[in-house]
Write a protein that binds this ligand. Structure first.
Ligand code: OOB
Length: 566
């Protein structure tokens, strides 16, 4: 059994080179402050101003701060102490914000799991981070997450407790570790002095998850210094200020809605966040009017749904809505062109990554730039290079692989030395796996990618992970998961298989295997194609480009013949 350490071991962490860290400090990118301290400024300056709205709950800066103090005390009372990691899996709700702030205030490190994650992902994340507690909602749709949490706790020896948000009354079957309730945590009286556990700028603030090109997500360690700068730089480019009303509808544990500038950005400038549990168009558009929302963030699929809904129903009547940020996956140019005419909000394209670098179009860019590009880095200290297969820079206008370094782009994943060798160059550049074109005006256009990942409406799925499940099935000889085009989500997972003679494997079999292993539903393949042999490249690898083209042509053909029939 591994003993939970109060802080991660130094060999698990890749630091910025000392000279560069010193430069980032002297030049003011890193301010040596905890994330909570930026919010504390607003608590002191205008305690009664509204900070957070979630349904009928409206919290002022002071009330949010007090609730985060109660939760911080609660964690301490459960012997969860500075440096400990806790796996947080909460839906969009004010408690998520209060808990995140609680962690930031006392140096407990939240691992930002996604609401869709299940036993398979949660077990991996808890084990890798050596989390000491899980924070889960009672259920998500038809899944009993209390039960899932206990299964995870049974498999991960460092976990000492499960903290439940929501219904806590019904009895649990078998409990591996004690259960506690977040609601009772909120009733705790804070006894710690604010300065007592105040983290330093170089302490770890949180772990974000990588989009994942390998089997399971990697952990991205963000320090208070670098994440605060991420937030401040995004706030500046997105012009967040005290009048900002931000609509939080994407899952809050994603970097985009959390910190680009997102919920934390709104708190950094004294603005207000309105939390919604889902981006369903009718409610989202009504909320934008009712709460006088000024800025919202969406993935392209959500933007498309809002545009279609608005065209059909004209739900949005007011004129508060100034900016719609769209990112997470490539927004088709035709869709981008419809945002402003239909929703009345300026489009801001955001091409970012949990690993750091954030690109944005600027609010005063020409429409041509806003519609046709994914913007440029938010910080003058961001370094980017676009290189060919030999690692040599390509000229502007030529597609190449994106490399980046900078004050908020960490130099390695947590506890992943083997993977770091592949994802980072010896000079510390992060290879994002995106193929981009830099235009002469400096804006980037995302033209493709050279990573084995499928981007399903902004949710990233590792092809290898899906393939690993296929290989567990009897009769599967070779498996290749590829993206198939989808008009709504951009991409979905198509699984190509070759079978050993005499076997049959269908989509349901693969899905059943993934369900049995407790895998998040969004990773399910949505089509299986059986082929006699896999196409191969010159070096003998499965030729996924060929497979992507095949499924694209086949879908086009199917849709054309459906058109002929109707
Ligand atoms: C965001 O972060 P992640 O970590 O979930 O995914 C990063 C990857 C990028 O490397 C790229 O492949 C893709 O998602 N991506 C885009 C994109 N934004 C992200 N591809 C094309 N166009 C875009 N606008 O997805 C993320 C993090 C912070 C802000 C925004 C998005």
């Amino acid at each position: 059994m591994t003993t939970p350490t109060s802080s991660p071991a130094t060999e698990d962490v890749v630091h910025w080179p000392a000279d560069l860290a010193a430069r980032y400090r002297t030049e003011g990118y890193w301010q040596g402050r905890s994330l909570g301290s930026y919010v504390a400024d607003h608590v002191a300056a205008h305690p009664d101003r509204e900070a957070l709205v979630d349904g009928d709950t409206r919290l002022s800066y002071r009330q949010l701060w007090d609730r985060s103090a109660a939760l911080a005390q609660y964690l301490l009372d459960l012997s969860i102490t500075p440096g400990n990691r806790i796996l947080v899996q909460l839906p969009n709700c004010w408690e998520f914000v209060a808990l995140t702030l609680a962690c930031f205030r006392i140096g407990v490190i939240p691992v930002m799991a996604l609401p869709a994650h299940r036993r398979h992902e949660l077990t991996h994340l808890a084990a890798l981070s050596e989390s000491v507690a899980l924070v889960v909602p009672d259920c998500d749709r038809d899944t009993d997450l209390r039960e899932v949490a206990q299964q995870v706790a049974a498999d991960v020896p460092t976990i000492r407790s499960v903290i439940v948000h929501g219904d806590f009354t019904s009895a649990l079957g078998e409990a591996a570790v004690p259960e506690h309730s977040l609601a009772s945590g909120l009733a705790t009286t804070a006894r710690f002095a604010s300065s007592e556990y105040e983290p330093s700028g170089s302490d770890i603030a949180c772990f974000l998850l990588s989009g994942g090109t390998t089997g399971l997500p990697k952990l991205i360690l963000r320090t208070h210094d670098d994440y605060a700068y991420n937030i401040r730089a995004c706030c500046e480019v997105s012009r967040f200020d005290a009048d900002t009303v931000y609509l939080g509808t994407l899952p809050s544990s994603h970097n985009f809605p959390l910190a680009c500038p997102g919920i934390l950005g709104a708190l950094f400038v004294g603005g207000r966040t309105v939390m919604l549990s889902s981006p369903a168009p009718e409610r989202a558009l009504r909320t934008i009017d009712a709460e006088a929302v000024t800025v919202a963030a969406a993935v392209p699929a959500v933007a498309q749904a809002w545009i279609e809904h608005q065209r059909e129903h004209g739900t949005l009547r007011g004129n508060s809505f100034a900016v719609l940020q769209v990112g997470g996956s490539r927004m088709p140019d035709e869709l981008a062109a419809r945002v402003e005419p239909v929703l009345g909000a300026r489009l801001q394209q955001v091409f970012g990554m949990a690993e750091g670098l954030i690109n944005m179009t600027r609010l005063d860019d020409d429409s041509e730039v806003v519609v046709n590009t994914q913007g440029r880095p938010v910080s003058e200290a961001d370094e980017i290079a676009i290189v060919d297969e030999a690692g040599q820079p390509v000229p502007d206008g030529t597609p190449g692989a994106l490399l980046t370094r900078g004050p908020y782009t960490p130099r390695g994943y947590f506890r992943a030395p083997d993977h770091n060798v592949r994802a980072f160059t010896v000079d510390g550049w992060y290879a994002s796996g995106d193929i981009v074109i830099r235009r002469p005006d400096g804006n980037l256009v995302v033209a493709g990618r050279d990573k084995d990942m499928i981007n399903r409406g902004g949710e990233k799925i590792s092809a290898e992970e899906v393939e690993n499940f296929a290989y567990q099935l009897d009769g599967v000889d070779m498996a290749a998961a590829v993206a198939m085009p989808d008009p709504r989500l951009g991409e979905r997972v198509c699984l190509y298989l070759t079978l050993t003679p005499g076997h049959r494997v269908e989509l349901d079999d693969v899905v059943a295997a993934m369900d049995a292993a407790g895998v998040a539903r969004y990773k399910r393949p949505e089509r299986v194609e059986i082929v006699d042999a896999m196409p191969t490249t010159k070096v003998g690898k499965i030729d996924k480009k060929d497979l992507r083209e095949r499924i694209r042509d086949r879908l086009a053909h199917e849709s054309a013949s459906r058109g002929e029939q109707s």
